[in-house]
Ligand binder design. Structure first.
Ligand code: ATP
Length: 236
């Protein structure tokens, strides 16, 4: 059984249908990336899984249906969302942002342990724990968004363009931390990433979304060798 199974998923914004019946499955501790042009529906797919956009179809996580569940319940079951634009609360301190990531949890003691673990991944956040999130650099805000999602102890971390707007050195660091999260916490990762080469090198599996439909799925290494994908997404 896959950790996450999505079938016939549809989602719309009023009259605009963004997903037209999407299927996707991923396993425990695996990395999956979704490629697609602007407006293909990648962000909407992640939102639909996390319950922040209305959707129809079936979504099962760890063997249970979550397609009718509210977002808080989805987080509690083990899906952490690092949304596009990071979604940090700019007026709150770093530490209060992290605490908000644990709001769906009931085991406060373990949440304190998790905060220390997040500071272990991102020591710069520990140094700035009392600083307002809005004063952090873009890279630090991305680290905070990932840290906040980790506070719910996710079995699946869903990340929307974590490298967006960041310097190459920071991007490498974020990818190293994502690899550690997979290895040390056995978390699965579902990644939407503008840097397709980086995403395909990092991922085990890849999907290609085009105007709300999945048109390809396979091993990331195979898609990386595909001539059409190279031309469209890798630029050679
Ligand atoms: P990008 O790479 O530009 O972020 P994407 O693949 O993530 O694109 P989505 O953002 O999911 O694509 O958008 C899919 C479709 O849904 C597009 O036609 C987009 O215009 C529309 N859409 C997205 N968000 C909204 C919204 N909040 N209200 C209305 N339409 C939206």
């Amino acid at each position: 059984m896959s950790l996450l199974e999505v079938s016939r998923l549809k989602a719309s914004y009023g009259e605009i249908q963004a997903l037209h019946g999407v299927d996707l499955a991923l396993d425990e501790s695996s990395v999956t990336t979704v490629l697609g042009a602007n407006g293909a529906g990648k962000t909407t797919l992640l939102r639909a899984i996390c319950g922040t956009v209305s959707r129809t179809g079936e979504i099962s996580f760890a063997g249970e249906r979550i397609d009718a569940a509210p977002t808080a319940s989805i987080i509690r079951r083990g899906i952490g969302h690092v949304p596009e634009g990071r979604g940090t609360f700019v007026k709150l301190s770093v530490e209060d942002n992290l605490k908000l990531g644990a709001y769906a949890r009931r085991d406060r003691g373990a949440a304190a342990e998790d905060m220390e673990r997040v500071y272990g991944y991102f020591p710069v956040l520990a140094e700035r724990r009392r600083q307002q999130a809005g004063t952090l650099s873009g890279g630090e805000q991305q680290m905070l968004a990932i840290g906040r999602a980790l506070m719910s102890r996710p079995r699946l971390l869903v990340l929307d363009e974590p490298s967006f707007g960041l310097a190459p050195k920071i991007v490498s660091m974020i990818f190293e931390i994502m690899a550690r999260i997979r290895d040390e916490r056995q978390a699965a990762l579902l990644l939407v990433e503008q840097n397709a080469a980086l995403a395909l090198d990092f991922a085990d599996h890849a999907y290609l979304l085009e105007t709300g439909r999945m048109i390809r799925a396979g091993r990331a290494a195979d898609l990386r060798e595909d001539a059409a994908i190279r031309r469209a997404y890798l630029g050679y």
